[in-house]
Write a protein that binds this ligand. Structure first.
Ligand SMILES: Nc1nc2c(ncn2[C@@H]2O[C@H](COP(=O)(O)OP(=O)(O)OP(=O)(O)O)[C@@H](O)[C@H]2O)c(=O)[nH]1
Ligand SMILES: [Mg+2]
Length: 335
């Protein structure tokens, strides 16, 4: 059962009202007992309302620091809002946490030029978890919520190795944004990172000659690692050349994003995503032992539980229950 207060918050968020959305997101980012209970109520309610799952398409945008991700997202949103009638977009910018203070710089709020007063767009900045590089638990929680309210959820994260893989698990489509290539970046491509993105964008192609050169250099570099660029299909990937500064190539990228949104079966299921994060949570606290217990429990009863929160609570209760047994065993040994 959902409380009346939460029900009205969800209804207002469903109308894309900014303050209720922000309040709900905060509930999903906080790890208190109370917020967990509220989260469970909200998720059960939303799941009951959306029998076919959430409709939102998740676009992950990653890339090296300063490649122009925020600027590009700003331009892309403007183009999407202008061309797609009624499309609603949420942007979740995951800032790298500052190591010294543990807080986020939240610089993206000022850099992304989003028409934030537009009722069809919502922007949220989030500090990344220190232990996980680019995206983490909080990002997962917020993305699974936003997918119920928005047609498109864009995640911006700085690409630093592992985070590309993380953002890919959260996203239905992943885009790697880079700057026009220099020779040393070709080396970086061999590190296995290039297999991760579905699509490549070379931003800062302010001049056409630079755009052409970048396209050919990237295409031939990708070929070296057996990634082929060309028309869609046959496992080919695409390269887009953009300039956020001069608004070049943005319309093409927006059209491509719209085509991805409209492709049926192009969304990963929320269940898979939740199962992945449950495993991750368990492994983080209890390691391989926890994973072994989870695997057995999944076969016997965990799958009967409906929400991620119920499952999380049940497995952690079970794993925690083993500790008193260990204590009594140790006591027996010490006698
Ligand atoms: N010349 C040129 N500069 C650009 C372009 N896009 C972004 N910039 C500039 O590049 C710098 C970084 O842009 P951001 O959009 O903040 O890049 P980012 O990838 O989001 O940066 P982080 O989030 O800090 O990793 C800013 O000074 C932008 O003005 C472009 O198309 N051409
Ligand atoms: Mg940025």
């Amino acid at each position: 059962m959902i409380s009346t207060e939460l029900e009205s918050l969800v209804a207002s968020a469903g109308r894309l009202e900014k303050w209720p959305l922000a309040k709900l997101i905060s509930l999903f980012e906080t790890e208190t007992e109370e917020s967990k209970q509220s989260r469970q109520q909200v998720m059960s309610y939303l799941q009951a309302q959306h029998k076919d799952g959430p409709g939102g398409f998740v676009l992950g945008i990653t890339g090296t620091p300063g490649a122009g991700k925020s600027s590009l997202i700003g331009e892309l949103c403007l183009s999407l809002l202008a061309s797609a009638d009624g499309l609603s977009v949420a942007v979740l910018a995951v800032d790298p946490s500052s190591q010294s203070s543990g807080g986020a710089l939240l610089g993206d709020r000022t850099r992304t030029q989003l028409p934030v007063s537009n009722p069809r767009i919502f922007f949220r900045s989030q500090a990344s978890d220190l232990d996980l590089g680019g995206v983490g638990r909080k990002t997962f929680q917020v993305v699974r919520l936003l997918r119920y309210f928005f047609d498109l959820v864009i995640i911006e994260t700085v690409g630093i190795g592992q985070s590309e893989v993380e953002v890919k698990t959260l996203s239905d489509h992943t885009v790697l944004v880079m700057q026009p290539l220099a020779g040393d970046q070709v080396q970086f491509m061999k590190a296995g990172v290039m297999e991760v993105p579905d699509t490549f964008v070379v931003n800062k192609c302010d001049e056409d000659s630079l755009a052409k050169k970048s396209y050919h250099l990237l295409k031939s570099s990708l070929k070296l690692v057996h990634i082929y660029v060309g028309a869609e299909g046959d496992g080919n990937k695409q390269i887009f050349l953009t300039s956020a500064l001069k608004q070049k190539g943005i319309g093409e990228l927006a059209d491509f994003v719209m085509s991805q949104i409209s492709l049926a079966g192009n969304r990963q299921s929320l269940q898979n995503l939740e199962a992945y994060y449950l495993k991750k949570q368990v492994a983080r606290v209890y390691g391989t032992y926890g994973l072994a217990v989870l695997e057995r429990y999944e076969k016997s009863g965990l799958s009967m539980l409906k929400t991620f929160e119920e499952k999380e609570q049940a497995i952690f209760q079970l794993l925690g229950a083993a500790l008193p047994a260990v204590d009594s065993y140790c006591q027996v040994l010490s006698w």
